[in-house]
Design a protein around this ligand. Structure first.
Ligand code: F6R
Length: 616
């Protein structure tokens, strides 16, 4: 949801900003822009270049020479105002003195806009952000020329806005510094040698430094080439120190793959292996999850588990709930985090709340964490992004260690979430009635997962053929039952978000209660048919579809008798029944991917979406 970047130091700022924006493009790609200060030029002390579309469109719009060693940049996911050059950031104040980039939403922007308009300020965009530039400029100018200093002006402007923001501000009269502010949207500083960076996340600056300062909500910082000063609304100096991040440039490159999504799908065998390292306790048949900050006695006291996540993370949460019910025999369910706090949820001290998020920055999920904590509940996180807002705010958690995920459509992080739930279910089960033998059975199953994923990926050609057959259909069903239903939901989600085809997930058992009416030769179905207690019923349902002329792609296990119930059979190796859904999901990743490739869609950057949804 918008990416911001800033640079101050000895280098030319524009190339550093553009490279940073390219890395942040997954956060939004409706428009891009940069502002660069050049105090040596009296004609152009600041230059702003903006373009609708991608960072590459911005690059094409850049003049051959854009001198200046300090600047800010932005890549936009539109919230207020259509994608256009006028609405692209940076926004500039009425007097040309201030430039601002922003990630977040200013809730009271309409009131502020009207007030500014009454005062004669001409607004040139439809965005909520523009008001910030004008407010800062007004504070700098003051009345009768007695304005505030730059840092105080930003502080005074921010005091007037309600909402969420990561802001980076330039003042042409203070060309040695960037002033930033954070509330509810991610922001960090990168510490270099005689140079400093500002970014929404570390991927933007990893080429330059691995030392970052993670800002907290309420933080401001004044950033100069030699360092930074952090402060808040009430304090002039706060202590914030740098941490070293574990991220390499190679992890952010395509590495020979055509798309990041393809790369990330293929990384899974290795990344899952890495995630499991040190977390399986053979002796006691359990999982080692020290980060939960809950000892066995505390773990035992929970009588219910509530899982909260958004989108695909919510679907994995449904799978996690069934793992917890199966292995720990604790009632568990999943709910979209985006709905949770709006129904004034009852928070029970005996419920363990589990949030799940790749980015760790999803606003809806973060707000759910706060809702639970405000009401005295215990909330732990399954989070991928180390040091992210959710990871920092939860009471404990399990890092997913999937590594960076660049493609907007999530794949490997979701697999890691499922593994995270299996580990949590195992730990919860082993402090209850799950036997040592069953614990060891699950551990053996988990150990087999990386190799089995590799086996599924080896069948990619067959999956690509199936995907090509599915791609032309304007609409399709994904069906599954019980543990297979979250697999179907995620399969449909992946398919629709990157192919733009209508893909609807349904519990197989519910088809005959209505949607069967839609089945025709034009509407194919992807059916999840594992070799479990329901296999015969699932095969019968597939036959009912075939009888009405619908094609069926069955994702199934070796040995399952499908007869003529499927037009295509995709096999995944069998694991333990509780873990099977992890493997059944893998083919759906490749079905979505290859269908999108066949349709010529932009796989890594689907329209209207952004990777990290930091607005409500
Ligand atoms: C789908 C997808 C989204 C995310 C959702 C939550 O491919 O990626 O549905 O799962 O926006 O994001 P995180 O996991 O970052 O909280």
């Amino acid at each position: 949801m918008c990416g911001i970047v800033g640079y101050v130091g000895p280098q030319q700022a524009a190339p550093v900003l553009v490279e940073g924006l390219t890395r942040l493009e997954y956060r939004g790609y409706d428009s891009a822009g940069i502002a660069v200060l050049n105090p040596r030029s009296t004609a152009h002390p600041s230059r702003v270049v903006r373009a609708k579309g991608r960072v590459r469109d911005l690059e094409a719009a850049l003049p051959a020479r854009l001198a200046g060693t300090i600047g800010i940049g932005h890549t936009r996911w539109a919230t207020h105002g259509e994608p256009s050059e006028a609405n692209a950031h940076p926004h500039t104040s009425f007097d040309g003195r201030v430039h601002v980039v922003h990630n977040g939403i200013i809730d009271n922007f309409a009131t502020l806009r009207s007030r500014l308009a009454v005062d004669g300020v001409e607004l040139t965009s439809d965005t909520d952000t523009e008001v910030v530039a004008h407010l800062v400029a007004r504070e700098l100018a003051g009345q009768d020329g007695a304005g505030l200093g730059f840092e105080d002006a930003v502080r005074a402007a921010v005091a007037q806005i309600d909402g969420t923001y990561a802001l980076a501000v330039l003042d042409t009269a203070n060309p040695d510094r960037i002033v930033v502010a954070r509330n509810g949207s991610p922001l960090l500083l990168g510490v270099g040698d005689g140079e400093m960076f500002v970014a929404s996340d570390a991927s933007a600056i990893v080429r330059h430094t691995s030392q970052v300062v993670l800002l907290d909500d309420g933080d401001f910082a004044s950033v100069t080439p030699d360092g930074f000063r952090t402060f808040t609304a009430d304090e002039e100096h706060t202590a914030r120190s740098a941490v070293t991040i574990d991220l390499t440039v190679e992890e952010l490159e395509l590495g020979g793959h055509a798309h990041f999504m393809h790369k990330e799908i293929h990384e899974q065998p290795e990344s899952v292996e890495r995630m499991l390292t040190g977390r399986l306790d053979d002796r006691f048949g359990t999982a080692k999850l020290g980060g939960l900050n809950l000892d066995p006695r505390e773990l035992r006291r929970f009588t219910r588990v509530k899982i909260l996540g958004c989108g695909s993370a919510y679907y994995v949460g449904q799978l996690g709930a069934s793992m917890i019910e199966d292995l720990a025999r604790i009632p568990a369910d999943a709910e979209p985090a985006s709905e949770f706090r709006y129904r004034n949820p009852i928070i029970e001290p005996s419920t363990l709340y589990v949030v799940v998020s790749q980015s760790g920055e999803t606003a809806d999920t973060l707000f759910a964490v706060r809702e639970v904590q405000r009401k005295g509940g215990t909330v732990v996180g399954l989070v991928n992004a180390v040091g992210s807002s959710i990871a920092r705010e939860v009471d404990g958690g399990v890092y997913l260690h999937a590594g960076p995920e660049v493609a907007v459509a999530s794949t490997k992080a979701l697999t890691h979430m499922s593994i995270g739930f299996a580990l949590l279910a195992l730990a919860l089960g082993r402090v209850r009635d799950l036997s040592h033998a069953d614990g060891k059975r699950i551990i053996a199953g988990l150990r087999a997962v990386p190799g089995q994923i590799a086996q599924i990926l080896a069948g990619e050609e067959e999956l690509a053929l199936a995907a090509k057959e599915l791609a032309p259909a304007p609409s399709l069903f994904f069906i599954g039952r019980v543990r297979g239903y979250p697999v179907a939901r995620e399969g449909a989600q992946k398919f629709k978000e990157i192919t733009y085809r209508h893909a609807e997930a349904y519990p197989t058992s519910e088809l005959k209660h209505g949607p069967l009416a839609l089945i025709s030769p034009e509407l194919p179905t992807v059916a999840v048919i594992p070799d479990d207690d329901l296999v015969e019923r699932n095969v019968t349902a597939a036959q009912e579809i075939r009888a009405r002329g619908g094609a069926v792609v069955a994702i199934t296990h070796p040995g399952v008798e499908l007869g003529d119930a499927a037009t295509r059979r995709i096999e995944v190796p069998r694991n333990e029944v509780e873990l099977d859904p992890i493997l059944l999901t893998i083919p759906t990743q490749l079905l979505g991917y290859h269908a999108a490739v066949a349709l010529g869609e932009d796989v890594d950057r689907p329209r209207n979406l952004a990777k990290s949804v930091t607005v409500e």
